[in-house]
Design a protein around this ligand. Structure first.
Ligand SMILES: Nc1ncnc2c1ncn2[C@@H]1O[C@H](COP(=O)(O)OP(=O)(O)O)[C@@H](O)[C@H]1O
Ligand SMILES: [Mg+2]
Length: 272
């Protein structure tokens, strides 16, 4: 019809990735003197003496990646590798020391079990407060409430203070709230191991459902099976650095080989 020589625009490319992480480093500065008994007077006198010993931990080093909309990023790595730190930064809880994180969409987080619940309040109160904090209206919450409770299988316990809950009950409610908020972006840190075998199965199925429903998910896990089945891409962190990044089977294979070698080498070696 016309002179169609100009390259066609690529409309789909216009949408930004759900999460973009650009050269992010995160360093913790922890005061070593915080050990021992913590009395107010003691703390004050230490402060006055200014005997400050600060230990720096570079938990995340120069990590860059993008999580496209509707994909699942898995993060693996040994204890202390920086997985939780990176996810906390994605959640906006922890600012990067350097670099930049951009997030497009409504985030729901399930971080290291139970952050966000107040144990003095009842399950019902926590669910409602959590929902309001996540930006749901009262009407939306009304609809969601029953679903959340049913999924968690805690009908009889919702009016009891959460301090009376077992760890499993606590985790079940946390998981149920996070997955039922219909977030655009779901960040889950090691939470597939919550509850008994029956609930694990259920959580896994729910996760798969969310993954298939084009949600963007970041999943931190030790479970390689979950990673293989759910993740589109896997990031392997080692001492804060990106040791691998790519298709799950490849990265998991490399990780497992590496961990095996580490184990064989680790004769009397201390965790640094
Ligand atoms: N609040 C904190 N203060 C000081 N150091 C921390 C803090 N949280 C984590 N770290 C340290 O940062 C490193 C990464 O921890 P983390 O992100 O929890 O690793 P992972 O989740 O992979 O086990 C570890 O060396 C850990 O000891
Ligand atoms: Mg962790």
């Amino acid at each position: 019809m016309s002179t169609a020589s100009a390259p066609a625009p690529a409309p789909a490319r216009a949408a930004p990735p759900a999460i973009s992480v650009e050269a992010v480093s995160i360093t913790y500065h922890s005061s070593l003197q915080a050990r021992g008994q913590q009395t107010l007077v003691g703390t004050l006198s230490r402060l006055r003496r200014r005997k400050k010993i600060v230990k720096q931990v570079k938990a995340v080093r120069e990590v860059s990646l993008e999580v496209p909309r509707g994909t699942v990023l898995g993060i693996i790595g040994a204890n202390g590798a920086g997985k939780s730190t990176l996810v906390r930064a994605m959640a906006g809880i922890l600012p990067p020391t350097s670099g930049k994180i951009e997030v497009h969409g409504r985030v729901s987080t399930l971080l290291a079990l139970g952050v966000g619940f107040d144990r003095k309040l009842t399950g019902r109160q926590n669910v409602i407060l959590g929902g309001l904090a996540a930006g749901l209206s009262r009407e939306q919450l009304e609809g969601k409430y029953a679903e959340i409770v049913e999924f968690a299988e805690l009908e009889e316990f919702m009016d009891m203070p959460m301090r009376t809950y077992s760890a499993g009950m606590y985790g079940r409610l946390a998981f149920s709230v996070a997955v039922n908020m219909e977030p655009d972006i779901l960040l889950i840190d090691e939470a597939l191991s919550v509850g008994d075998a029956h609930f694990k199965r259920k959580s896994f199925d729910k996760m798969r459902e969310l993954c298939e429903a084009a949600h963007t998910i970041v999943l931190v896990s030790h479970g390689m099976r979950a990673m293989r089945e759910l993740a589109d891409e896997v990031l392997w962190l080692d001492k804060g650095e990106m040791k691998g990044y790519g298709p799950p089977p490849k990265i998991i294979r490399e990780y497992q080989r590496f961990m095996k070698v580490e184990e064989d080498d680790a004769v009397g070696e201390e965790d640094v």
